[in-house]
Design a protein around this ligand. Structure first.
Ligand code: TRP
Length: 361
């Protein structure tokens, strides 16, 4: 059988998997374990489509030259981490203009109330406006102050755009970290609402995907919360050896266990979590035991951790450096990806327009 005949049939059987990462900076270990490593593991078994969310990046940091660089970097990092353009469709969000049109259309079925109640909106709006409190008066602040330049309508409608990314490809599985679950819940709600309003079965309801485990939350090095660009506690895939070792050695710990089997403090538990993600189970157990009998030395734990992280990141870093200046390769891969992504997107958009009554005479 010729390849031309067997390929489309195969692709049609596979479930569509879609995910993306915002183009706001280099990828870090949080992106790697929360998303990218799953993308790589899924690429062969599914009809996988992975993109760089450049339009989403504009909701918080509109900086033209930085945006362009960030898109290039993430594409290079996707490839360097093992995404294979012959297995998966790799594209840039804005290369699929159908997304922008469907975003306008879907917004007609999205309530401003549900958008304003979304946790990610509240967090980002609070940050932009310099509000610390957890008070729910955020709505008043936004309507009442001179917030226009700092909180844009794109930030509010972020979940609509993300839902469109997913629904326009009719994706069933969306591998994302824990922080994206509310967005996925909204996507399912919008899909249900659209289907029932027009009495159609156009959109499947997508779910997160995690190889049987629970969604990973990768902690930062500062003793608290998750690893995040805005938190300044990241290990980047592109970090060189010296920088990476220094970051790990400086990670926050505590004074060490004083008595056997003492509960583990948050900062130290974070290091154990990172060790669990990067090291062999025996190694983790060895340090857990050393903690339990108070013989642990955090310096040794950190050296081990740095070593094991480097085993993952250094080969990626080398490939990123090779790819970063290879615009020809990147352009070729993205052009093919855009073409593949647009094919489905155009079909879905035509259906959506028809269903909504936007029809030719
Ligand atoms: N909101 C996601 C994030 O910040 C990025 C994203 C945009 C996305 N559109 C998506 C993820 C569609 C999965 C599917 O990480």
């Amino acid at each position: 059988m010729s390849e031309n005949i067997s390929k489309p049939a195969k692709a049609a059987e596979k479930e569509v998997v879609l995910s993306g990462i915002r183009a706001t900076g280099h990828l870090h270990l949080g992106n790697y374990f929360g998303a990218l490593s799953k993308f790589v593991r899924m690429q062969h078994d599914y009809d996988s489509r992975y993109f760089v969310a450049d339009l989403h990046a504009l909701t918080t940091s509109p900086d033209p030259s930085a945006l362009h660089e960030n898109v290039r970097n993430i594409v290079a990092e996707y490839l360097a981490a093992g995404l294979n353009p012959d297995e998966a469709t790799l594209f840039v969000q804005s290369d699929v203009p159908e997304v922008s049109e469907m975003y306008l259309l879907l917004n007609m079925h999205v309530g401003i109330g549900e958008l304003m109640r979304t946790a990610s909106f509240k967090d980002k709006a609070r940050k932009a406006l310099g509000i610390n409190s957890d008070s729910d008066d955020i709505e008043k602040e936004i309507i009442g102050t001179d917030s226009n330049k700092r909180v844009n309508a794109g930030l509010l409608t972020y979940p609509t755009l993300m839902a469109v990314d997913i629904l326009i490809q009719k994706a069933k599985k969306v591998p994302v970290g824990k922080d994206q679950e509310q967005h996925l819940e909204l996507t399912r709600r919008f899909a249900r609402r659209f289907n029932s309003f027009y009495n159609v079965e156009l959109f499947p309801e997508p779910t997160n995907f995690d190889f049987g485990g629970k969604p990973v939350k990768v902690p930062g090095l500062d003793g608290s919360g998750k690893m995040g660009k805005s938190e300044g506690n990241c290990i980047y895939l592109i970090d060189d050896e010296k920088t990476l070792r220094k970051k790990v050695m400086r990670a926050v710990t505590d004074e060490g266990p004083k008595e056997p089997n003492q509960p583990v403090s948050q900062p130290v538990e974070n290091l154990f979590t990172l060790l669990e993600l990067t090291s062999a189970p025996e190694v983790v157990q060895q340090y857990r035991d050393a903690y339990a009998d108070c013989s642990i030395r955090y310096g040794d734990l950190k050296k081990q951790l740095a070593e094991d992280i480097l085993k993952i990141t250094l080969p990626i870093r080398e490939r990123v450096i090779d790819l970063q200046n290879d615009d020809v390769t990147i352009r070729r891969i993205l052009a093919r990806g855009a073409e593949q992504a647009r094919e489905t997107a155009a079909k879905t958009l035509a259906e959506v327009r028809h269903v909504m009554g936007i029809r030719r005479f």
